[in-house]
Design a protein around this ligand. Structure first.
Ligand code: URA
Length: 188
């Protein structure tokens, strides 16, 4: 089955699972190029994402797109999703049980896409792959997790709140192409 069909099937499966938490919100499955090298994984959809059923379409998404554009990559080149596929009420942090409920689908989504590198945005997605990592220390570095390479980046919302974080956020994007080359080399 081709990747797009497999993703569509997975999306329908999540939509049909009425045992999942946060069913009062819309499903925001993810979008982008299924043949991408970079898969971005954020935390959870916000209000705008819930309305439009698309990931990273609010202020954080604008910063993500602008920063990507700055390194010569368009949003259409990458795939973007979240660790939690529905918006928690009032944008509260996702709970452990919500993460547990949605991550089997995330893993299947990753296994379909098979990106060169998984770029996590923020600590929730980073700590899913790297439970002991600290974002201020580990962002901007490549880690091998199972068969995948994980590259933690600050969440764009955190970058917008703090100048130093913004500088480090931008710097991790500047190093992203090099990180991809490194992962490609290690995969040979
Ligand atoms: N923040 C996230 O983590 N994900 C989105 O889709 C939007 C904002």
């Amino acid at each position: 089955m081709d990747k797009c069909k497999a993703l569509k099937k997975l999306e329908e499966e999540i939509e049909n699972n009425k045992g999942l938490p946060l069913l009062e919100a819309n499903l925001v499955f993810g979008e982008g190029n299924a043949d991408c090298k970079i898969l971005f994984i954020g935390e959870a959809p916000g209000k705008k994402e819930d309305e439009l059923r698309r990931p990273f379409v609010g202020r954080s998404g604008k910063l993500l797109e602008k920063t990507l554009c700055g390194i010569g990559i368009s949003r259409d080149d990458v795939y973007i999703t979240n660790i939690i596929k529905r918006r928690p009420p009032e944008n509260r942090d996702p709970s452990k049980s919500e993460i547990t409920a949605y991550t089997p689908y995330l893993i299947r989504q990753i296994d379909i896409i098979k990106p060169t590198v998984i770029a996590t945005l923020g600590r929730f997605s980073m700590n899913y792959f790297l439970p002991d990592a600290t974002i201020s220390i580990d962002q901007g570095h490549v880690f091998k997790v199972g068969e995948y390479f994980v590259y933690p980046i600050y969440h764009p919302a955190a970058a917008m709140r703090n100048k130093k974080t913004m500088a480090e956020f931008k710097n991790s994007f500047k190093k992203l192409q090099l990180a991809i080359k490194k992962c490609e080399g290690l995969n040979k």
